[in-house]
Ligand binder design. Structure first.
Ligand code: 3H9
Length: 693
């Protein structure tokens, strides 16, 4: 049982004890009901206190039980709350640290609530694509008012307990230990004459509820776009104006609808995926880590500057090394400008700007970085340049320093071999702009030490990145997959599509930006240089030639005002260009292809399944240790739509059998060789399984 029962001087204390955050799983729910029964049966018990062990009162329903029979197995949270509400003895919730979702709903079912200051209070269900399903949408408006409750339920954001002082949410807010205060409160309540208050008996009042709710509905519809939950939250809160049991029934309907939506599955997948990414199968959570108190960054360019900002933001001193004074000055000026811009927008105080700049120092000499705990190289993407840097680092860095490369494609094992300490070498692949993008690919070389990996994962958390471990291969997880996606985008042009159609189709699917707009933003010359290198390294690899022809026209993208599209000064809107489209059509002619009309559905399938197929290969080669890691890379670094949950979850939702069928169909078409299905897909499809089970 994951709830404990104890009697202290006539007060029964039920302690939720289900680590890590006292999720209200089946065994905990059962424990509460058993505790209540014992308390009611024992004449010596005068009142009950419900509290949580460890770091939370309760984080809510146990998310791990969702979509399993245990989630609905009696006693459900509804039944638990009913038992509490029907109690003849007063029940007091002792809330500390965290009361979220079902945890807060449980507390709202009690007669009284005592909270410690600073406890985080939230109904965050909307972030998981659902709504509070155990009375939260009905009881919260009754204690803090319609508007404040709607705001909390639609945003899901936590509010510190003291902000509720003076509302009916908390009867007492205390400094320090909440349990003794709650026990004292319970004793007093027991000595007072009943009946004890129930939140359900309160009325929701608002001067203009109808007008307010109509406004809220429109506002939410405008921002929630691909997600059904926020709209359903408004409907459920609106139902709190009705008689309590009717409101509860409507809330239940909304909850049951949402919990089965693909959007909710995607959000829950991302929630667990983010946490699962930090767990490396053969690196135990108690692996010792190294102290990172000073960071050195080699290179003050866009990447080096962005990387440095992450550490400055986290209060960690950074020294930046360059070969020329001008480069250093330019780099520092860019960092300052970025901070000043944030300050102008009111996101940062001037004091904070100076604080962060104060942690930054610069040097032209390797001697000055010898005491750094972590050194990150962000120099030109060329093996010869990396060799020079890493040999130098091997000479100067103190023993135990972690030597990281920000390479996006090069072989980290080879880079490690330039040193006599390959165990200290690791890849830290940041995404541009490095101070903004959430993703950090941590590239594990064959010899990278486990303590180095554990340290880098810990550092990533400190600088608020989603870190995903990748093995060594060309392009690691993200870029290796995107290459297949780009190849399909090119082939679609050869066969009959135009950039605008491809971009629009995939943007409608939910991508932030289609492949051609993305190319224009990143610079088409970058891909051109990579393809030229590939032509030497891997002469067999095939691409549509259109991207090269585009570069030959000098159309490198937004930076030259012309790429796949035209751009006007100061305007990032893409305007289709007739010469580019002519070039594409002419190229098909040169290939002897009769252009055909390609449906948007085919465009989406080919782009997304190309990612899925390569993702499956990455998984079976062990480059990624789990499918959710691949999804996290795509959700946090490549603009894959969150409501689809990442390419691998999306494939699961479509069904791998169907994905395989489509791949086999495309294998018969233009450049069918690109569609050789990964053996893992064949195997899972045959077993009726998905990447995520
Ligand atoms: C709900 O309540 C529905 C009801 O309305 C209706 C029912 C009918 N369950 O974030 P952290 C795990 S929906 C199970 O790194 P922090 C998490 O996976 C629920 N496990 O720590 C991780 O595990 P591991 C509404 C949970 O201190 C560990 O706890 N509630 C749950 O930074 C630590 O997590 C929410 O949406 C859970 N509910 O933050 C709350 N929550 O160590 C979502 C967390 O194995 N949770 N875990 O990787 C949070 O916002 C944060 O986790 C919390 C702690 C603030 C609680």
């Amino acid at each position: 049982m994951t709830a404990q029962y104890q009697v202290q001087d006539g007060i029964a204390v039920i302690t939720l004890d289900n680590p890590p955050v006292n999720g209200l799983g089946h065994s905990t729910r059962l424990g509460i009901v058993e505790g209540m029964t014992r308390a009611l049966d024992d004449a010596a018990v005068k009142a009950v206190v419900i509290t949580g062990a460890g770091k939370a009162f309760s984080g809510g329903a146990d998310i791990r039980e969702f979509n399993t029979p245990k989630a609905t197995q009696e006693p459900t949270l509804h039944s638990v709350i009913k038992v509490i509400e029907n109690s003849t003895k007063p029940v007091v919730a002792a809330v500390h640290s965290v009361a979220m979702g079902g945890g807060l709903e449980l507390a709202l079912g009690c007669n009284y609530r005592v909270a410690s200051k600073g406890a985080q209070i939230a109904l965050p269900e909307v972030k998981l694509g659902i709504l509070p399903g155990a009375g939260g949408t009905q009881r919260l408006p009754r204690v803090i008012g319609l508007e404040a409750a709607l705001n909390m339920i639609v945003t899901g954001n936590p509010v510190p307990s003291e902000k509720f002082a003076g509302t009916k949410l908390f009867d007492e807010i205390v400094d320090g230990d909440v349990l003794p205060a709650a026990i004292a409160f319970a004793r007093n309540a027991a000595s007072a004459s009943g009946p004890h208050p129930k939140v359900r008996d309160l009325k929701v009042r608002h001067e203009n509820a109808e007008g307010f709710l109509a406004f809220a509905k429109n506002t939410v519809a405008a921002v929630a776009k691909n997600f059904p939950a926020p709209g359903k939250c408004v409907e459920a809160v609106a139902a709190s104006l009705k008689p309590f049991d009717e409101g509860l029934r409507l809330e239940r309907e909304g909850f049951m609808f949402l919990v089965n939506t693909p959007e909710s599955r995607a959000l829950r997948h991302a929630f667990f995926g983010e946490r699962a990414a930090s767990k490396i199968p053969d690196v135990p959570s108690d692996t010792p880590t190294r102290k990172i108190e000073k960071v050195a960054v080699i290179g003050a360019g866009t990447m080096g500057g962005g990387i440095s900002m992450n550490f400055l933001n986290a209060g960690i001193p950074v020294i930046v090394l360059e070969t020329k004074q001008e480069a250093l000055e330019r780099g520092v000026a860019t960092i300052r400008r970025n901070y000043e811009n944030s300050a102008k927008k009111g996101k940062l105080t001037q004091e904070k700007v100076e604080q962060r700049m104060g942690l930054l120092s610069t040097t032209l000499s390797y001697d000055d970085i010898k005491d750094a705990d972590l050194i990150i190289e962000a120099v030109f993407e060329e093996m010869g340049v990396k060799e020079t840097v890493f040999k130098k680092l091997d000479e100067v860095a103190k023993p135990g320093a972690i030597l990281a490369s920000n390479t996006s494609t090069l072989d980290v094992n080879k880079i490690a071999s330039f040193t006599k300490r390959p165990q200290d070498v690791v890849g830290m692949h940041f995404f541009s702009p490095a101070n903004v993008m959430k993703l950090l690919e941590v590239v594990r070389g064959d010899k990278t030490g486990k303590d180095v990996l554990a340290t880098v994962m810990q550092v990533a958390k400190k600088i608020k990145k989603t870190a995903v471990v990748s093995g060594v291969c060309d392009g690691f997880i993200g870029n290796r997959m995107i290459e297949q996606y780009s190849r399909q985008a090119g082939y679609l042009l050869d066969e009959g599509a135009l950039p605008e159609q491809v971009d629009k189709a995939i943007e409608k699917f939910g991508f932030a930006m289609g492949p051609f707009r993305m190319g224009d933003l990143a610079g088409n010359d970058i891909g051109w240089a990579i393809r030229k290198r590939r032509a030497v390294e891997k002469p067999d690899i095939q691409y549509s030639k259109t991207a090269d022809l585009l570069c030959e026209m000098g159309r490198f993208g937004q930076k030259t005002g012309a790429g796949w599209y035209d751009y006007k000064p100061g305007d990032r809107k893409p305007y289709p260009n007739p010469q580019v489209n002519e070039m594409i059509v002419q190229h098909s002619k040169d290939l002897g292809i009769t252009r055909r009309k390609i449906s948007d559905e085919e465009i989406v399938e080919r782009l997304v399944y190309a990612l899925v197929n390569e993702g499956a290969k990455i998984l079976e080669e062990g480059i990624a240790s789990k499918a959710s890691d691949i999804d996290m890379v795509y959700l946090t670094g490549y603009g894959f739509p969150l409501h689809r949950g990442g390419p691998m979850l999306y494939a699961d939702q479509v069904g791998l059998f169907n994905v395989l069928q489509a791949m086999q169909r495309y294998a018969k078409g233009y450049h069918g060789e690109a569609w050789e299905p990964a053996p893992l897909i064949k195997k899972l499809a045959a077993e009726g399984k998905g990447f995520n089970g």
